[in-house]
Design a protein around this ligand. Structure first.
Ligand code: B12
Length: 290
């Protein structure tokens, strides 16, 4: 149920990466949070509260003062029905603009969405579902290779635009890469963006990275985590020996469609979508800071 309290302050803090003290300050100063009370008088926060905290973090990261960021974070919200309609309409509009090779219309739509919604929402409600649907249409022969290449090119460019300076900050560092031969990096980019909005610093090596280069980066940057992603399990299989050695460090994670049946490697599989796994990795690291 929308607005219903389900999270205690500690859980809200873990999921957002914001300390309980700061959350309470935002609640007091800006009414950013609207907790309900449990029968025992405990404050309970809703998923909408979590959304507002994320919006606040994104506006702060883009350089706004806290008071301004709070105004935007509390305004951007629509009711749940609105949000649903917005998502479907936005996906349809994105699909039709891209199918028509209309880059300006695509960019204008994305500009509007990014100005009024959180990045998490735009990724998980519009861009990622659109890419899934594009993949299905492509497999059924309903989208041409030209349309698919055009669409993924435009979206990849936009996502990397949002990624500018994502290596900056003070949070935990993560190295992101696809294994040798793997070109599919859109999921990994979305994951990097979701992590960055949760405070992480991103060292992005991207598609088709030699495993030796991943190892070198892990040595050079001493990242909190290393995440490797592939659509195909064979891409992991080909480098299983090196991965197993790397995973002895205890901080290696595998994501994407190919991240299954990899028990012998000793890495943690991030089997969900990029946004929920960004939450999970953030929570794991907050529980066990290295
Ligand atoms: C876009 C695309 C391309 C683009 C990639 C652009 C880019 N920079 O990423 C280009 C044109 C380069 C391409 C090339 C090829 N592709 Co292609 N491609 C696709 C397509 C249409 C969409 C993939 C995508 O980005 N989806 C969006 C992501 C986010 O969704 P997802 O992959 O389903 O991932 C889910 C989860 O796994 C998770 N996730 C994904 N990544 C990550 C990362 C992390 C860290 C986490 C936590 C989670 C996570 O999130 C998603 C759920 O929300 C799919 C079709 C499909 N059905 O998926 C084919 C598809 C993946 N491609 C395929 C193939 C075969 C190829 C080619 C071999 C085609 C060819 N003959 O040239 C080449 C090979 C390239 C290579 N060597 O890697 C096959 C793969 C089959 C397989 N399992 O092996 C697919 C499934 C199409 C098909 N049915 O044939 N492709």
């Amino acid at each position: 149920v929308a607005g219903q309290g389900v999270l205690r302050i500690g859980e809200l803090s873990r999921r957002s990466g914001v300390s309980p003290e700061l959350l309470r300050a935002w609640e007091r100063r800006y009414h950013l949070l609207r907790p309900t009370r449990s029968s025992g008088g405990l404050r309970l926060y809703s998923l909408e509260d979590l959304e507002r905290v994320r919006a606040m973090q994104q506006h702060l990261a883009s350089g706004l003062a806290a008071a301004e960021a709070a105004v935007l974070a509390t305004q951007a919200e629509g009711g749940p029905a609105d949000a649903l309609r917005g998502a479907e309409e936005s996906r349809d509009e994105l699909a039709s603009a891209l199918a028509a090779f209309d880059e300006p219309r695509t960019n204008a739509l994305l500009d509007t969405l990014l100005a009024s919604r959180t990045l998490d929402w735009v990724l998980s409600s519009v861009v990622l579902p659109y890419l899934h649907e594009l993949g299905r249409r492509w497999q059924r022969g309903e989208a041409s290779i030209a349309q698919e290449h055009f669409a993924t090119g435009v979206l990849r460019g936009r996502l990397l635009g949002l990624a500018r300076d994502w290596s900056r900050g003070l949070g935990p560092r993560v190295v992101l890469a696809c294994p040798p031969g793997e070109q599919h990096d859109l999921g990994l980019i979305a994951f990097g963006l979701a992590l960055h909005s949760r405070g992480w610093r991103i060292i992005y090596l991207g598609a088709d990275t030699p495993i030796d280069s991943v190892i070198e980066a892990a040595e050079a940057f001493a990242p909190t985590s290393v995440v490797i992603s592939a659509v195909n399990a064979e891409a992991f299989g080909r480098i299983s020996r090196e991965l197993r050695a790397l995973a002895r460090g205890g901080n290696v994670y595998l994501g994407g469609g190919g991240a299954h049946d990899l028990d012998d490697i000793g890495a943690v599989v991030l089997g969900g979508d990029p946004i929920e796994e960004a939450d999970r990795l953030t929570a794991l690291v907050n529980e066990n800071p290295r």
